[in-house]
Design a protein around this ligand. Structure first.
Ligand code: GAL
Ligand code: MG
Length: 974
C-alpha cells in the first residue's frame, strides 16, 4: 500500500507543524452561500493514526464522536493531562476517526475557486480528497480552509476523507478544564468564489462615525486582472469612497503586487448611533469587488458597530465611558452534544445572560463558535476573545519551548484575523493558564502590531506583579483574587492598568457567596472595573443510568428545571468509568446543564440591575445604573410589603434620569407610623417593550428598600396544656415526626468539601452528633431540657425552654460552642414534620434560595412555594434550598392543616424532603429518596457559602463564632 504522506509526516507529534495546505484565516463570512456537508458521514474508529479497522459505521457531523456511542467516551480532567506522555508526545493508543463521504460538485462551479471549510476538528485534522493529500490543520476551535480547485471536478463527484486524531502535541496546549472530546465539532461546508475574490476585509468603525474598510483582493488563477475595483455601501445607500491618499501611495488599481491588491474605502456617518452593549446598534455593510466591466466578482457582508475602546490611565473606556464589566466565562457546551452548539443554543445562552444582568463574556478558553460573536454584536455584550492555548499541566516548559512558538502565534493571530470586525470584541486574550514565556510575547507582538485598536490581556503575564507595565497584558486580570487584595492594589498608588478579574466567584454547587461584597468594593473603588464569574455552565452530560452511555441527541427533552428525567442523570468526572478524573469540578456554572438558572443568578441580576433604590432621611432616590441609556425602555410597579401580611401595589412612573444619575421620587404609599410596622418598598421593573432578549413584561430587577424597622412582640405565655417531652427530654407533638434537636452541620457544599471545612466538621463529629440529655426540669407548664453533645472540639451544651403560649409553644434555645468549634456550618434547630405538608409560605427573603452571603437579590416579601420547588438540585447533592431572613413561615397540607412558626429574629430556614445526611451520602441527584415529611431547619446562625472550591472562602463576618448562641421560635398548629 502507498504510504500516506500526511501520516508519514507524523504531524500529531510535531508542534512546529501547525498546518499544511491550509489557507490563511480571514474575516469574509462564506457560511451563507455555501454547500453544507453536515449530516451523516461514513465513519471508522481506528486505534492509532494510519491504522485501519475496515469497519465502517455512520456518524453525525458536526458532533463529537465521544457523544455518539462509537466506543470512545468523554473524560473529564481539570488541569492534569489524562495521560503521562510529556510534550510534545502523546500516547500510542490514540483514537483516530476517519470520516468519509462523497459530494457532487455542481457543474456550474467550473472555472471557479472551490474551498472546503472544516469548522473545527479535535485535535489534528488531515484532509484527503479523491485520495490526494490536501492539508493538515490544528487548533480544535478554529476553522480550517483548503483550496480544492485543483483536486475536484465540477460536475463530478469527489470523495472527502477527514481524518481526526484525538491526541497530539496540540493536546498539551488544549489542556483546558473541561471534558476531553474528539471529532468534528463544527460544521463542514464547501463554497465557491470567482478566481478573483476578496481575500480579507477589515472594518474599523469609530464612535464618531468614521468608517474605514480595508480590502485585500486576490486572484487564484494568476496575476490580478486589469481594472478591478471595490465598492462599499452602508445600509444600502451610503456609498463608501476610495481613500485617495491611499490610492496615490499605491500603483493604479491599488495593486500592491501582481497577486495582492488592496483597496481602502471610507466614509463618515453623520449622527451615527454608536454601538455599546446597552445599545447594540448595527449597520449593514456590503463590500463588492468588481471586474473592469463593472460586474461583481465577489461580495462580502458585514454588520458594523461604531464604537471606541481604549485604556486611559487605569480605566478601560468604551465610547469614553468607564463601563463596569459584569462578565461571565462561557464554554461551548451542550449536555447532549458536548461541544457542538447551534446558533439557537448560543442565542438561548446569551438571552439568559442578558436577563440576568451580564454584559460581558470571556470566551473561555478558546474562540467560540463564530455565531457567538454575531449574537454578541446583536444582543450587546463586551467580549474578551480568548485564543485556544492552555498548557496547564506543562505550562512552564511550554511557554518558552521554541517548538511551540509557531503554534502560539498561529492560534492568536488566526483568532484575531477571524474576529477583528466584531464590535463586541473589545479585548484579545492570549489564552489561559499557560505560565508566561517568550511564546506569549511573540503572540502579543503580532496582535499589537496587527490590531492596535484593542487592548490585550493575559492573566499569566500580569499575575506576578500587578504593577509591571512591561508584560504582555494591558489589563490586570487576575483570577479569584480576594476583594481586599484588589482594593489594596487600587489604593496603593502603584496601579497603572485597569483591574478586571478574568475569573472570580466560582459557581460550583451552592456558591457565589460574597458576590455583593465584590461589587460593593468594585463600585466604590476607582481602578476596579469588574470581572467574569466562573462560569456559565455546569457541564453535566446527560447520561443513561442503565448502560452509562451519553444520551446524545436522543436525550432531547429528557430534562426539566435542572433535573434529568428518570433513568438519567447529569454525568460528571468519573461517571464514564474514567480512572483519571476530577469529579464534580466540571459542574461549576451559574446555570444547570439544561440552562436552568441557579439561584445565584438572581443575586447577580440584582447586583447588576439597571435601576437601584436608596431611601435615607425620608428621601427616596431612583438611580439609573446604566452607562448609556435612560430608563425609557423600562416600566415598573411599586409594591409595599408589610409585616402584618399585606402587599399593596401601584404603577410606578420611572423618572427621566440620565445614565449614572439619580432622581428623587415620592414614596408612593403612606409611611408606617408605629415601629411595629416593618415595611418594605419594592420596585418591580420589567421591559416596557420587546427587547431582542426579552419580550415585553420580562422582569429585569426587584430593587427594594426598607421603609420602617419592625419589632416583633414576644408572645405572651398563657396557662394551657403543659409542653409534653419524653424521657429523653424530646418534644412530643402530633405534627412532628422527629423532635427539634440541635444541628451544627449541613450537607457539605462543594465549597465546604474542597475548602477543607467539611473535613474539619467530620473530624469534630458534627455530621453525627450524639445527644445526651443531662437535665429535664419542669416549672409550671414549661419545661427546660438540657442536653450535651460531645464533639471532637469539646462539649456543646444545648438548652431548650419550652413554654405554652396562646395557640402553641414557645421554644427558647441556647447553645454554647467551645472555642475550638470556631467554624461550624450552622447553629440551629432541626425537626421533621409528618407527611402531607407540601406548601411553604413565608415572610422573609425570597422567593429564590438565599444564604447570609448571597442574599442581596432576594427581596423581603410574602412568598409561597411547593416544598419540592424550594430545593435546588445541585449536581452533587449538598446543602440546598435555604431561605434567608425568614421572620415566620407556615407549612400546610391541601386541607389547610399544618403548622406555623414565628421566629424571634430573622433566621435562615429550609424545608426540604432530605436530611443533611441523605444529601451528603448521595453522589447524584437521582439517588435521593424523598422523605414523606419535611425536614425543617431554623438557624440562629448559618455559615456563608463563600467560593472556597476555587478562590477565597466567605468573609469573616459570615462565619459563626464560638460562644453562646440564642434563638427563639413559636410553634403553632392552627
Ligand atoms: C481556573 C481556570 C478555569 C477553571 C477554574 C476552576 O483556574 O482558568 O479553567 O479551571 O479555575 O473551575
Ligand atoms: Mg486550567
Amino acid at each position: 500500500m502507498r504510504r500516506d504522506p500526511l501520516i508519514a509526516l507524523r504531524p500529531w507529534e510535531s508542534p512546529e507543524v501547525t498546518s499544511w495546505g491550509r489557507m490563511p484565516m480571514n474575516a469574509v463570512d462564506r457560511r451563507n452561500d455555501a454547500l453544507s456537508l453536515d449530516g451523516s458521514w461514513h465513519f471508522q474508529m481506528v486505534p492509532a493514526p494510519g491504522a485501519s479497522s475496515g469497519e465502517w459505521t455512520r456518524i453525525e457531523v458536526p458532533g463529537a464522536w465521544t457523544m455518539q456511542d462509537v466506543g470512545d467516551l468523554p473524560q473529564y480532567t481539570n488541569f492534569r493531562m489524562p495521560w503521562g506522555e510529556f510534550p510534545p508526545t502523546s500516547p500510542t493508543a490514540n483514537p483516530t476517526g476517519v470520516y468519509e463521504r462523497s459530494v457532487d460538485i455542481p457543474a456550474e462551479w467550473a472555472g471557479r475557486r472551490i474551498v472546503l471549510q472544516v469548522g473545527a476538528a479535535e485535535s489534528v485534522l488531515l484532509v484527503h480528497v479523491n485520495g490526494h493529500p490536501v492539508g493538515i490543520s490544528k487548533d480544535s476551535h478554529l476553522a480550517a480552509e483548503f483550496d480544492l480547485s485543483d483536486v475536484v471536478r465540477p460536475g463530478g463527484s469527489a470523495t472527502l476523507r477527514l481524518t481526526v486524531i484525538k491526541w497530539s502535541d496540540a493536546s498539551h496546549i488544549e489542556d483546558q478544564d473541561q471534558w476531553w472530546h474528539a471529532g468534528i465539532t463544527r460544521s463542514v461546508l464547501l463554497y465557491t468564489t470567482d478566481a478573483l475574490h476578496l481575500g480579507d476585509v477589515t472594518v474599523r468603525a469609530r464612535r464618531d462615525g468614521r468608517l474605514r474598510v480595508d480590502c485585500q483582493v486576490r486572484n487564484a488563477s494568476g496575476a490580478l486582472p486589469e481594472g478591478w475595483y471595490v465598492t462599499g455601501a452602508l445600509e444600502g445607500h451610503q456609498l463608501l469612497a476610495q481613500d485617495t491618499e491611499f490610492d496615490r501611495l499605491n500603483a493604479e488599481d491599488m495593486r500592491v503586487s501582481d497577486f495582492l491588491g488592496e483597496a481602502r474605502l471610507r466614509t463618515t456617518v453623520r449622527d451615527v448611533r454608536p454601538w455599546t452593549a446597552e445599545t447594540p446598534e448595527l449597520y449593514e455593510l456590503t463590500v463588492r469587488l468588481h471586474r473592469a466591466d463593472g460586474s461583481v466578482a465577489d461580495t462580502s457582508h458585514h454588520r458594523v458597530g461604531f464604537r471606541d475602546v481604549e485604556i486611559r490611565g487605569r480605566d478601560l473606556l468604551v465610547n469614553g465611558e468607564r463601563v463596569f464589566i459584569r462578565g461571565v466565562n462561557r464554554h461551548d457546551f451542550h449536555p447532549l452534544t458536548g461541544r457542538t452548539v447551534t446558533a439557537e443554543d448560543m442565542r438561548a445562552d446569551l438571552v439568559v445572560m442578558k436577563r440576568f444582568g451580564f454584559n460581558a463574556i470571556r470566551t473561555a478558553h478558546y474562540p467560540n463558535d463564530p455565531a457567538l460573536l454575531d449574537l454578541a454584536d446583536e444582543l450587546g455584550f463586551y467580549v474578551v476573545d480568548e485564543a485556544n492555548i492552555e498548557s496547564h499541566d506543562h505550562a512552564h516548559e511550554i511557554a518558552d519551548d521554541p517548538r511551540y512558538l509557531a503554534a502560539f502565534v498561529d492560534r492568536v493571530s488566526r483568532m484575531v484575523l477571524r474576529d477583528k470586525n466584531h464590535p463586541s470584541v473589545i479585548i484579545w486574550s492570549l489564552g489561559n493558564e499557560s505560565d508566561y514565556g517568550a511564546n506569549h510575547d511573540a503572540a502579543a507582538g503580532w496582535v499589537r502590531r496587527h490590531d492596535p485598536s484593542r487592548p490585550l490581556q493575559y492573566e499569566g503575564a500580569a499575575k506576578l506583579d500587578w504593577s509591571d507595565e512591561t508584560v504582555a497584558s494591558d489589563i490586570v486580570c487576575p483570577m479569584y483574587a480576594p476583594i481586599e487584595d484588589c482594593v489594596a492594589h487600587a489604593l496603593s498608588g502603584k496601579q497603572t492598568k485597569p483591574l478586571i478579574q478574568c475569573e472570580y466567584s466560582h459557581a460550583m454547587g451552592n456558591s457565589n457567596g460574597t458576590l455583593a461584597d465584590h461589587w460593593a468594593a468594585i463600585e466604590s473603588t476607582p481602578g476596579l472595573q469588574g470581572g467574569f464569574i466562573w462560569e456559565f455552565w455546569d457541564h453535566g452530560i446527560l447520561q443513561r443510568v442503565n448502560d452509562g452511555r451519553p444520551a446524545g441527541r436522543a436525550g432531547v427533552g429528557l430534562y426539566d428545571n435542572g433535573v434529568a428525567a428518570p433513568g438519567h442523570r447529569w454525568a460528571y468526572g468519573g461517571d464514564f468509568g474514567e480512572t483519571i478524573h476530577d469529579g464534580a469540578f466540571i459542574a461549576d456554572g451559574v446555570v444547570f446543564p439544561d440552562r436552568t438558572p441557579k439561584p445565584a443568578m438572581y443575586e447577580h441580576r440584582e447586583i447588576a440591575a439597571p435601576v437601584r433604590l436608596t431611601y435615607a432621611q425620608g428621601v427616596l432616590l431612583v438611580h439609573n445604573r446604566q452607562h448609556f441609556r435612560t430608563l425609557e425602555w423600562l416600566t415598573a410597579e411599586w409594591h409595599l410589603v408589610r409585616a402584618d401580611g399585606g402587599t399593596e401595589s401601584t404603577p410606578a412612573e420611572l423618572p427621566d434620569v440620565l445614565p449614572c444619575e439619580s432622581a428623587a421620587v415620592h414614596v408612593p404609599f403612606p409611611l408606617p407610623e408605629s415601629p411595629e410596622g416593618e415595611a418594605w418598598l419594592t420596585l418591580r421593573v420589567t421591559t416596557a417593550g420587546d427587547e431582542a432578549w426579552a419580550p415585553r413584561g420580562t422582569e429585569v430587577c426587584l430593587p427594594q428598600v426598607r421603609l420602617g424597622a419592625g419589632t416583633t412582640a414576644a408572645p405572651v405565655p398563657v396557662a394551657g396544656p403543659p409542653a409534653e417531652v419524653d424521657e429523653e427530654g424530646l418534644l412530643v407533638h402530633p405534627i412532628l415526626a422527629a423532635p427539634p434537636v440541635l444541628s451544627l452541620w449541613r450537607a457539605p457544599t462543594d465549597n465546604d468539601e474542597i475548602g477543607g471545612m467539611a473535613a474539619r466538621w467530620r473530624d469534630w463529629g458534627l455530621d453525627a452528633l450524639v445527644r445526651k440529655v443531662v437535665d429535664v426540669r419542669r416549672e409550671g407548664a414549661g419545661v427546660t431540657v438540657v442536653a450535651e453533645y460531645a464533639t471532637g472540639g469539646g462539649t456543646v451544651r444545648h438548652e431548650q425552654l419550652i413554654t405554652p403560649v396562646a395557640g402553641g409553644l414557645r421554644i427558647e434555645e441556647s447553645a454554647e460552642l467551645p472555642d475550638t468549634l470556631d467554624d461550624v456550618a450552622r447553629v440551629g434547630t432541626v425537626f421533621e414534620t409528618v407527611g402531607g405538608l407540601d406548601v411553604l409560605e413565608w415572610y422573609g427573603q425570597g422567593p429564590w434560595e438565599s444564604y447570609p452571603d448571597r442574599s442581596a437579590g432576594a427581596p423581603v416579601g410574602h412568598h409561597s412555594l411547593a416544598v419540592d420547588e424550594l430545593f435546588t438540585p445541585y449536581l452533587r447533592p449538598q446543602e440546598s434550598g435555604g431561605r434567608h431572613g425568614v421572620r415566620r413561615f407556615a407549612l400546610s397540607a391541601p386541607d389547610a392543616t399544618g403548622l406555623t412558626v414565628e421566629l424571634g429574629a430573622p433566621s435562615q430556614v429550609s424545608a426540604t424532603r432530605h436530611r443533611a445526611e441523605d444529601l451528603a451520602a448521595a453522589a447524584h441527584h437521582d439517588e435521593l429518596v424523598p422523605r414523606p415529611g419535611c425536614v425543617v431547619h431554623l438557624d440562629a446562625a448559618h455559615r456563608g457559602l463563600g467560593t472556597a472550591s476555587c478562590g477565597p472562602d466567605t468573609s469573616s463576618q459570615y462565619l459563626i463564632a464560638p460562644g453562646i448562641h440564642r434563638w427563639t421560635w413559636t410553634l403553632r398548629v392552627p
